[in-house]
Design a protein around this ligand. Structure first.
Ligand SMILES: [Ca+2]
Length: 171
């Protein structure tokens, strides 16, 4: 948190919020799908044209979704919401930040922006693809859909909040 934010926090939380200096994002509300998959500890295939909403938190290096991708099926993903890197709020499209240009090459996906939504299968970075606010899942993906906010591998401790993404099986 910067000095200016600290001063505003001593004035009061309302003032801090007005300045955009709240330290953390609120955690996302679990969706019905989140609740269901936590109870079964596994992953499920979607039925044709089924769309499910699932949350992706900024703090874990991998978020399991419980959605089993099957080769030959087609899926689209859209995402919205608010997640935080320390006190910086952003959406799933992420951002570039000239202050951190020298360490961009060590981002988990160096070609994705800071905090851009990235997904993969079975928590395998080699299968990852950039989603941002929306994307089609590349052909050939199979396994459980797993996602993260793009950050340095050592820098997840100050992340908070989460976004909600909708995954739709198209055919
Ligand atoms: Ca961070």
């Amino acid at each position: 948190m910067g000095k200016r934010c600290g001063i505003w926090l001593t004035v009061g939380l309302a003032a801090a919020l007005a300045q955009g200096c709240s330290a953390h994002c609120q955690p996302p509300q679990p969706t019905p799908w989140d609740v269901e998959i936590r109870s079964i500890h596994g992953a499920r295939e979607l039925t044709r044209e089924q769309a499910v909403a699932v949350t992706v938190a900024a703090r874990p290096k991998w978020n399991r979704t419980g959605i089993q991708l099957v080769e030959g099926q087609e899926y689209s993903i859209t995402a919205q919401g608010d997640w935080c890197d320390a006190s910086t709020h952003q959406g799933p499209a992420g951002r570039e930040d000239p202050r951190f240009r020298s360490v961009e090459r060590w981002r988990r996906r160096k070609d994705a922006k800071w905090f851009e939504l990235v997904c993969a299968t079975n928590s395998d970075l080699a299968t990852s693809f950039i989603v941002g606010e929306g994307a089609l899942v590349p052909a050939g993906q199979r396994g459980e859909l797993t996602c993260f906010a793009n950050d340095l591998g050592v820098a997840y401790g100050n992340n908070s909040g989460g976004i909600t993404m909708t995954v739709t099986r198209k055919k």
